[in-house]
Write a protein that binds this ligand. Structure first.
Ligand code: QAP
Ligand code: CO
Length: 170
């Protein structure tokens, strides 16, 4: 297992549309294991392959509570099951230090393949539903900051860019 580097906004590689996984083989399982290790190391609850510069439709999620086991989602798709929209404060390992409220459907049905390539379905509400939608957005080159106003997004972009300049000179 190995830690992988997490791309940070506004890196253009985060805009790549990920390709479906053709076969769930050992190379995909290695990617999944590395993604869990990288996510736990960074103290995240969800990570998409896009964020580690691998443009395949693979997600790992671990809410780290008593109700939910760690989840692997390969070629995920979801259906919205309600008209109800909830607001939740979101963060992202690719936008470190920034948290903003995003509105999303509250109830989804996820269809995906697991670590063994076996198809499964999962109904989700609450934090898990938000996390599934947030991570699926990554596979389509989208970030939670895209749900914010242009003003908020450009403020976040300039703060991160400035911080990177400071880091480069210290
Ligand atoms: C997506 O995000 C998510 O800024 C997963 O300094 C987040 O794991 C879905 C993190 C919230 C729903 C609600 C962010 C860690 C982790 C940071 C994450 C940071 C350290 C973000
Ligand atoms: Co994210």
């Amino acid at each position: 297992m190995a830690l992988r580097q997490i791309l940070e906004f506004p890196d253009p590689r985060l805009r790549t549309i990920a390709k479906p996984v053709a076969i769930v083989d050992d190379s995909i399982r290695t990617l999944v294991d590395d993604m869990f290790e990288t996510m736990y190391d960074a103290q995240g609850i969800g990570l998409a392959a896009t964020q580690v510069d691998v443009h395949l439709r693979v997600i790992v999620i671990d809410l780290q509570d008593d109700e939910h086991a760690p989840l692997v989602m390969i070629n995920p798709e979801y259906e919205v099951l309600t008209q109800q929209i909830d607001e939740m404060q979101e963060g992202c390992l690719s936008v470190p230090g920034f948290y903003e409220v995003v509105k999303r459907p509250e109830h989804v049905l996820l269809k995906a393949l697991d670590r063994d390539g076996k198809a499964y379905e999962l109904e989700a509400t609450g934090l898990l539903a938000v996390c599934i939608q947030h991570e699926c957005d990554h596979l389509n080159g989208k970030l939670f900051v895209d749900h914010l106003s242009n003003l908020k997004r450009s403020r976040i972009r300039s703060k991160i860019t400035k911080q990177k300049r400071v880091e480069a000179t210290t």
